[in-house]
Design a protein around this ligand. Structure first.
Ligand code: SF4
Length: 473
């Protein structure tokens, strides 16, 4: 008998990556419209777990009105001889995979930021209770991760209970994140790779180091170490650093080699501490994103929960679309909030001296890890509204980026020297109408002295990179 024969919908890897649009959704659990939502795995002594127990606190799926969203919490308690605290984060992250295995069920993001949708179709087939949902998860976890010997799940949809438990969950996440702080990438021989999101972005691989937390913000170097030990064939594995190629950009020969293999040759190199050149790829579930602002030659940083427009008029969704997909996009860099606490944060690009704008709540969350002198010089949505105001703010506050404008102006006034300038791949840039001149004799019968010019009107040209080279005659 198949593991899921008595489950009313199909369960399997083929459903990973399935999207459920608003019009097709029966219910949404968590999501951007809900302030309180979380998923949490906790390890417990074996005698504290009632194996297989599923508890629902609040309304069940069938009691939630069609087409609505609800506050949502999910606590999974696990026990086993091999289970240690460091495994909690990775067991929790596997929810992203297992929930997406369920036909008509979509799971996005992680931890305090989850968004899950059940489709009307699967609901009508009988997937109408958290008991069914819990049963699928219990079976998947126990069959895929045999070191889990006992497991119980509690689902919360009671809004008061979700709100009450939310700060406790945040405290637990913060405690996990704090563990790797103070460790350096230089003092370890191995990093960890995670390919869990390759079903969404096949060329993406997260490289998890002590000082560069996973993009989703859910897996630390310690979590990687613990999981690679108990689940060596799983999606999280050891990456030998190999020779250091560049300490400033964070490039290692061993990392490059693994990247090449795991991306099937698509990604050749990665530099861990920069958003230009060979930046770390982004799948789609990054917690935040650094984006280059060419008008001031600085970075903005925005996070998933930011609802407004950023200083250059883009929403998080737009920036996220430009960044995601496992590509290396110059100037767009998916990252975790914890990486912003790292001394290696955008080290090769100037670190915090290059950041010019960020949402106020993120600044408040991480300010004790930012250089104190830069804090009043970085603008937030409460200070300014557009790029003109940003320029004025940076000048007024004496942001270090302003000195680099002066240097650039001085260079611009000097006689032109041959140079090469790479623009970010995805930057919207306005160019002159593309034209092409044919060489003499290319069109038979054309009177000598006359040329033909082809004007490509309204042509749409897609280029990986635009290189402007100033050459001497
Ligand atoms: S974002 Fe990275 S670390 Fe997190 S689950 Fe996806 S691949 Fe793994």
């Amino acid at each position: 008998m198949s593991l899921f024969e008595d489950i009313p919908v199909d369960v399997g890897i083929i459903y990973e990556g399935e999207r459920i649009r608003g019009r097709d959704m029966q219910i949404e659990l968590g999501g951007p419209r809900e302030e309180y939502k979380f998923e949490l795995v906790q390890s417990k002594p074996m005698d504290k777990i009632d194996d297989g127990k599923i508890t629902i606190v609040g309304r069940d799926i069938s009691e939630l009105p069609e087409g609505t969203n609800t506050p949502f919490g999910m606590v999974i308690e696990v026990g086993g001889a091999e289970i240690e605290k460091d495994l909690e984060g990775v067991i929790e992250r596997r929810l992203h995979e297992y929930v997406n295995f369920i036909e008509g069920f979509m799971h996005l993001n992680q931890r305090y930021d989850i968004q899950m949708r059940l489709s009307k179709k699967s609901y009508q087939k009988g997937f109408n209770s958290f008991k069914v949902f819990g049963e699928v998860l219990l079976r998947l976890y126990k069959s895929e991760l045999p070191f889990i010997e006992k497991m119980q799940i509690t689902f919360y949809t009671d809004p008061e209970k979700v709100e009450e438990l939310y700060p406790k969950a945040i405290e637990i996440y913060d405690g996990r994140d704090a563990r790797a702080r103070g460790m350096s990438d230089d003092e370890v021989d191995v990093f960890y790779g995670c390919s869990l999101c390759q079903s969404f972005a096949p060329t993406h691989l997260c490289v998890i180091t002590p000082q560069r937390y996973a993009n989703c913000g859910a897996i630390s170097w310690f979590d990687g170490r613990a999981t690679a030990k108990v689940d060596p064939k799983g999606p999280v594995f050891e990456v030998t650093k190999g020779d250091l190629i560049d300490a400033v950009t964070g490039e290692y020969a061993g990392v490059n080699q693994v990247l090449r293999e795991k991306s099937l040759g698509e990604i050749e190199r990665v530099q861990l501490y920069t958003a230009f050149g060979y930046p770390h790829t982004s799948c789609g579930c990054f917690e935040g994103c650094a984006f280059y602002i060419p008008e001031v030659d600085g970075y903005g940083v925005v996070h998933r929960n930011y609802k407004g427009e950023t200083v250059n008029g883009l929403s998080f969704v737009t920036i996220s679309d430009l960044t995601a997909g496992g590509r290396q996009v110059d100037g767009f860099h998916g990252l975790s909030i914890e990486y912003m606490r790292s001394p290696k944060f955008l080290q090769a690009d100037g670190g915090w001296d290059r950041v010019v704008w960020m949402p106020k709540d993120i600044m408040d969350r991480i300010k004790e890890y930012m250089p104190p002198e830069i804090i009043p010089k970085i603008a937030t949505e409460n200070d300014i509204e557009d790029l003109d105001q940003l320029k004025a703010w940076l000048t007024e506050r004496g942001h270090p980026i302003v000195d680099t404008w002066k240097e650039e102006e001085a260079v611009a006034e000097a006689p032109a020297a041959p140079q090469q300038m790479a623009y970010p791949q995805q930057m919207p840039t306005t160019f002159m109408m593309p034209t092409m001149e044919l060489p003499a004799g290319a069109v038979p019968g054309l009177p000598s002295g006359m040329n033909i010019r082809i004007i490509l009107k309204n042509a749409k040209i897609k280029a990986e990179k635009v290189i402007i080279r100033v050459e001497k005659e």
